[in-house]
Design a binder for this molecule. Structure first.
Ligand code: PMP
Length: 406
């Protein structure tokens, strides 16, 4: 493996200072930074091979189409999908989940059916189901988490009923870092006759993913958290399920034949990609996938596990710091509160020391309410994170403690 210093050198932004201090970037769960190869792919995409895709018969359009289409194969390799035709390119995980709700959900869910999630969902895995519930009178059920942030399969099982038709869970919680047993959850879903969606936003960035081993029906994620550009994401689904889904948006590209009276539609995945897609964003994401596969997802997982373990040891020494989420094997994020200061004040103050963390409800308001909080501070890691980032965070938090005790 390239050592961590070499990998860090590939991220130009990590060389900059913030408020006169070296940047300590601990906000990768919100969005990761981009390596030079992704910046080059974007530059090249616009600077050398740019045109609209699919409809052109000239060289630039063919080059852009090939580069755009190449993303499907890269995604299939990354998540071990059986076919690249199962990879729908979207604008991000939020669109992917809305696509499933509006297409599969609208076609297959009836009044009285239940959609099962957990209280730890990102709003992107709550609100699309509520919008559908307003239209179809389906019921949204949320299973609880344990006090320490862990997920208990036995407890979850109690929330599955004969009316459960869809289960949708995160691979990894964006607040707690809890890694969900997604293969076991999928098995329970299938036993109950339901389909299972895995929101892989915080999963695919931190660990190897094998959708065939998980056996889930959909796996969704966003490009910008995986070292790629914003505005592009993935909705992977099993082909038999995709074939049985109506279009979600109408427009160019997604059709087979159009009459004024009615149209016929293209096969998946193009059926779900109406209009000009995020062309250069997809090219950038393809470069990002090459980047992580070249390092190796196993290597990324091991490196980040070391950082997360160190983070807990180091931050435990900060007076008045309370961890929110300490499940065994957690990944990617460390959420906490500090007795002395509100999370927003913490984030603003430590920014003076160049330390970037996130503070707020992290688009998980039901989880905040579940734990009786309105916000947490959250430090999150990526492949470029290093132990010294958490030394800097701990020192900055000790400074916050001193300011508030003065
Ligand atoms: N699910 C999870 C678990 C997330 O962390 C996020 C992003 N914070 C999303 C969904 C939504 O992703 P996006 O805003 O990129 O669509």
């Amino acid at each position: 493996m390239r050592d961590i210093a070499t990998i860090r050198d590939e991220f130009p932004i990590l060389q900059r200072t913030v408020n006169g201090k070296p940047l300590v970037y601990l906000d990768s769960a919100a969005s990761s930074q981009k390596p030079q190869c992704v910046l080059d792919a974007i530059q090249n995409g616009y600077g050398q091979s740019y045109s609209n895709v699919h409809r052109g018969l000239h060289t630039l359009s063919e080059e852009a189409t090939d580069a755009y289409e190449a993303l499907r194969g890269k995604v299939a390799t990354l998540i071990n999908a059986p076919s690249q035709d199962e990879v729908i390119i979207t604008s991000g995980a939020t669109m992917s989940l809305n696509l499933i709700a509006q297409s599969w959900g609208r076609a297959h869910l009836q009044a009285g059916d239940e959609v099962l999630i957990t209280v730890a969902e990102h709003h992107a895995n709550i609100v699309p189901w509520q919008l559908l519930a307003m239209e179809k009178q389906i019921k949204l059920v949320a299973a609880p988490m344990e006090a320490d942030g862990s997920f208990d399969l036995q407890t979850f099982k109690n929330y599955i009923s004969p009316r459960t038709k869809l289960i949708s869970v995160p691979h990894v919680s964006n607040v707690l870092g809890t890694v969900y047993p997604v293969a076991e959850i999928t098995a329970l879903a299938h036993e109950a006759g339901a389909i299972c969606i895995v929101d892989g936003c915080q999963g695919v960035v931190h660990m190897p993913v094998d959708v065939q081993a998980i056996d889930c029906d959909f796996y969704v994620f966003s490009g910008h958290k995986l070292y790629g550009p914003s505005g592009v994401g993935v909705c992977w689904g099993k082909m038999a399920i995709l074939q049985d889904m109506p279009p979600f948006m109408g427009g160019g590209d997604m059709i087979d034949d159009v009459e004024i009276g009615m149209s016929t539609f293209a096969a998946p995945p193009v059926r779900f990609e109406a209009g000009t897609p995020p062309i250069v964003e997809a090219i950038g994401l393809a470069a990002a996938i090459d980047f992580v596969l070249d390092i190796g997802m196993d290597v990324i997982r091991a490196h980040e596990a070391d950082i997360i373990k160190y983070a807990h040891q180091r931050l435990a020494a900060v007076e008045g710091l309370n961890f929110i989420g300490t499940a065994a094997g957690k990944s990617g994020v460390v959420s906490f509160t500090l007795d002395a200061a509100h999370p927003h004040d913490i984030s603003t103050l430590i920014d003076q020391d160049g330390v970037a963390i996130r503070a707020g409800h992290h688009c998980a308001q039901p989880l905040m309410k579940f734990y009786g909080l309105n916000s947490t501070a959250r430090a999150s890691v990526g492949i470029y994170s290093q132990r010294s980032d958490f030394d800097a965070l701990a020192e900055a938090l000790e400074k916050v403690n001193r300011i508030f005790s003065a």
